[in-house]
Design a protein around this ligand. Structure first.
Ligand code: ZN
Length: 511
């Protein structure tokens, strides 16, 4: 229905069908417009609005008018990435919003689908719950019309006031926009998490390729615009430092639907504008877990290591050497399932790094003949549903040794390739620490070893993998021999039509 023409009676009737809940515990007023809750007066000049748009496939924003989303992209940082898929979690709203709210991946927050079975919000609470814990003086607001985000405790715990409506999105998204706008204009909230669901509903009913879908994006863009206007109209706006973050929980197929492992279903983004966040930036290392980390950062809160967050603020770039290859990535050579326009691999190592392939077999898929450097989209498009979608703790470009894909074209010999780091100075140090993330799938006689080489001498094995490690941070602490002045590490993978090994985020620290 046309938003401008929506009747007050319609809004009241629909909103009255569900409860608007004020955290004061007062009974709900029957009229939604009258139910604007009263928040405690805010205490922070740093303020954050998070707007969640369900099932918003970012590559369809271009086709919409969406002036406010496009303005945020021009004036903020826009990081696009892919989600996990099963068996880690479905590309569904339960896992998606849990990832956004908690700032950790499903293997930590435990939500794998919309049953929410296995949720572990006690250990990994949503960011509003965490803020309420560490800064109880903040004024916190949440509004959702997918009520599961309240009943399961995904988003609303910790909020000083919350709106919870049923999933009649065509009506209740507008109610949420109305009341949130009212709060922004007339009260003093510090942090808000506002959810809109109609994009997902229209995606299901008409498909993400439909004009109805881009129209739904425009409707939500209008709500976003009203909230942005309300922020700028605040009498105290000049003395406040607002950050606005827009994000989504999953994508959609062209025909409509999600939950599976297609690239279109896995598409997600974090879009943020605010103090210290670069205008027009398009980082390749942003992931969905970064929303919560950005909220904390913009409020000047340093997350404790014990929180176990997987995210980092959107303005922080990883120092990963592999990401420097992004501009030189090329398209497929022998692969057939990857669209020609997807530029996502190279076999040329970063400056200072090398790959030893003198024992490597011949033939096979060119892309994977020895260690390669690839993006999530390029690598996981090679073959769906072989768990490559679970590479969640890699960011941007990573190193991959994949004997399974290599063996998909006629080859001889075995896969035997060694990735070699630069030499790092260790003079005077007694320990050297190798930090990285790894994703390893074991099969058969496949081997994966990490070797240390001091002063260019004989490699010694410091770590072997013999069973699956599904995208985990690793930290190896190695003793520096007396008199050693340099160390280089080697990642050697051998196999023959087995699985794969991914390395990313390599950092070497001597102490
Ligand atoms: Zn959906």
């Amino acid at each position: 229905m046309p938003i401008a023409g929506i009747s007050r009676r319609t809004v009241l009737a629909a909103a009255g069908a569900t409860a608007a809940v004020a955290a004061t515990g007062l009974a709900t007023a029957p009229a939604a417009r009258a139910a604007t809750p009263t928040l405690p007066d805010g205490t922070s000049k740093d303020k954050v609005l998070v707007v969640g748009m369900d099932g918003l496939r970012h590559d369809r924003i271009d086709a919409a008018k969406a002036p406010h989303l496009k303005s945020l992209m021009a004036n903020g940082t826009y990081g696009r990435s892919l989600l996990y898929a099963n068996p880690m979690a479905a590309t569904s709203s339960g896992p998606g919003w849990s990832t956004i709210s908690t700032g950790v991946w499903p293997d930590k927050h435990g939500v794998k689908d919309n049953t929410f079975t296995g949720k572990n919000y006690a250990r990994y609470p949503g960011f509003l719950a965490r803020l309420h814990q560490v800064r109880p003086e903040l004024s916190l607001f949440a509004a959702v019309d997918w009520p599961e985000l309240d009943t399961h405790g995904t988003v609303t715990p910790g909020a000083d006031a919350k709106l919870v409506y049923n999933n009649d999105y065509a009506v209740n998204d507008l109610v949420i926009a109305d009341i949130t706008e009212d709060i922004l204009r007339h009260q003093n909230p510090d942090v808000l998490f506002v959810y809109f669901g109609e994009t997902d509903e229209i995606g299901h009913n008409h498909g993400a390729a439909s004009p109805e879908y881009t129209a739904a994006i425009d409707v939500q863009d209008g709500y976003l615009g009203r909230l942005l206007t309300a922020i700028k109209a605040r009498p105290s706006y000049a003395t406040e430092r607002w950050t606005v973050i827009v994000t989504t929980d999953h994508g959609h197929t062209d025909g409509g639907g999600h939950g599976g492992s297609s690239i279109e279903e896995r598409r997600t983004f974090v879009l943020a504008q605010g103090p210290g966040i670069a205008a027009g930036a398009r980082p390749i290392d942003t992931r969905l877990v970064d929303v919560a980390a950005t909220v904390f950062h913009q409020l000047g809160i340093t997350p404790a290591a014990s929180w176990g967050l997987d995210g980092k603020p959107v303005q922080e770039r990883s120092t990963d050497p592999f990401d420097s290859l992004h501009g030189s990535l090329t398209g497929r050579v022998d692969e057939t399932g990857i669209p020609a326009g997807v530029l996502g691999f190279t076999r040329t190592a970063p400056s200072g790094w090398s790959v030893i392939n003198n024992a490597m077999g011949t033939g096979g898929m060119t892309e994977w003949r020895g260690w390669s450097f690839a993006t999530d989209e390029f690598w996981s498009r090679t073959q769906r549903d072989q768990s490559r979608e679970l590479n969640v703790r890699a960011r941007g470009v990573f190193a991959v040794a994949d004997s399974d894909e290599w063996a998909d074209k006629t080859f001889s010999g075995t896969y035997d390739s060694t990735l070699v780091t630069p030499a790092y100075g260790v003079s005077g140090a007694t320990r050297v620490t190798l930090d990285f993330t790894t994703f390893y799938r074991q099969e058969g006689s496949q081997t994966a070893q990490i070797q240390a080489v001091f002063n260019g001498g004989t490699p010694t094995v410091v770590k072997s993998y013999t069973s699956d490690v599904i995208s985990q941070p690793q930290s190896l602490d190695v003793a520096v021999p007396a008199g050693a002045s340099s160390v280089s590490f080697r990642f050697r993978y051998t196999g023959s039509n087995n699985w794969y090994w991914v390395i990313d985020g390599v950092k070497v620290t001597a102490s």
